[in-house]
Design a protein around this ligand. Sequence first.
Ligand code: ATP
Ligand code: MG
Ligand code: MG
Ligand code: MG
Length: 569
Amino acid sequence: MRTSQYILATLKETPSDAEIISHQLMLRAGMIRKLASGLYTWLPSGLKVLRKVEQVVREEMDKAGAIEMLMPVIQPADLWQESGRWEQFGPELLRIHDRHNRPFALGPTHEEVITDFVRKEISSYKQLPLTLYQVQTKVRDEVRPRFGVMRAREFTMKDAYSFHMTDECLAQTYQRMHQAYCNVFERLGLDYRPVIADTGSIGGSVSHEFHVLAESGEDAIAFSTESDYAANIEKAEALAPTEARPEPSKELNTFATPEAKTIAALKTLHGVKPHRGVKTLIVYGAPDENEQRGLVALILRGDHELNELKAEKHPLVDSPLEMAKEEDIFAAIGAHPGSLGPAGLNMPIIVDRSAAVMADFVAGANKDGEHYSGINWDRDVAEYEVFDLRNVVEGDQSPCGKGVLQIKRGIEVGHIFQLGTKYSEAMNAGVLGENGKNQIMTMGCYGIGVSRIVAAAIEQNNDDYGIKWPTALAPFELAIVPMNMHKSHRIPEIAERLYSEFKAAGIDVLFDDRKERPGVMFNDMELLGVPYTLVIGERNLDNNQVELKNRRTGEKQMLDIEEAVAVIT
Ligand code: ATP
Ligand code: MG
Ligand code: MG
Ligand code: MG
């Protein structure tokens, strides 16, 4: 590829609305552009990386015995009604109507569609076990789309589904998929951990998440310092001894009045140490003396424990809290007055880093008939908070009985479940068993966030100059950068020759044939993260040499022109 005929679309400035490094670099390197909140266009270089991830995932799925197919994004509502998720899924399920006013959903996942397919196509135990997968666009109307393609509203997922006669058979396939996932992340060169996970609303008995370790990760994962134990924080909490917990946050939902909720929230927070974080914001509203609007906020920096804060006694609670002036609060959190909603807002808002926790909280509040109307979550509160309203903290004993817990941040890039009969039972998906009787199948499901992996890989592979792609993911293998090509006869000639030779040797090469200053070209190639750059300069040509630069190590190596292709290929 020649840059003159390509769309590099690199940016010098860091876009101001991109908070984390992968989002910034994907924009700056010309990999993606935003269309609307949570919706991104993949530019050619970005798409090449996305396809590489897809390819590795496909190869490992095929190797594990899964079979590729493709299901529609648009799914009829009646399937979701059958499984019970039309009601359950909530606002993350984007719903539409066709011209006949029939309801549909844009698929956030495909358990219903695949179960419907299998119940129609598969009739006998002889056709099982069966594992089917697809690489498909998923749509989720996320409450807080952010971090670019990391948490998008439209994204690419590989989702696989397995069908079995017995739980033992399911467990075997599950193990194979677990291994396939490890292979994928290994091949992509990522520092990752499989952790045991809560099955939550999906149901089933056994589940693992795969996390790429990164400070920017939205999830917390707990490790034992002395064993292989690793769990996502929800699971670690579920297994933690109850006396180690301060008041559970569940209490927030069981208190009837907003005032009591506020108190419960604050008490809960009193016993909890923040594990980490840059800025913590807990905002809650409480009526002031005139029964008018009064906002109380508590602002913590990550290192502080709550009880170390200097604060005034709050009239509602027996704890040292500050009744701050509204404008001070806004000044401290960098928001503008009025941005946190209308007067009369009198319930606690806990802004938690975990989107799941926050979504539950909002859903819970809505169930009680209370509304957060007037708050624009994306605009007003999304940037703040980094407090985990958690019961498990670093240094706790662990559930496995060995060592103490260490907590790290992770990006969830994969999630696998032994579903059991949750969907097959609800949708009556059975086959004829060996005994001639109808038997409900047992199922597994296995997801990988293909597009999220691209961003996660950048979180782990970058420096001040841009992206440092692991070889398996790089959009190009090699860049040819001829210096001041228009000022010399030799340079374009050698560059053209090498370009054709590399192409002929099957190397995916980007030839920077723009009439740009060398600095501009180097910067772009480093930003884009091309693993090797071949620099062609007048002085080295005098010795019949070119320079090869390694993006990851910074090492430079002189090569004789005649041997360059042989050495690199
Ligand atoms: P999260 O906890 O981050 O919201 P999830 O648990 O809802 O993810 P799953 O239903 O387990 O996601 O989907 C499988 C995989 O799809 C996830 O492990 C993740 O890698 C990816 N994924 C989920 N939501 C998004 C999103 N909004 N944008 C990009 N990838 C996503
Ligand atoms: Mg989610
Ligand atoms: Mg999750
Ligand atoms: Mg998940």
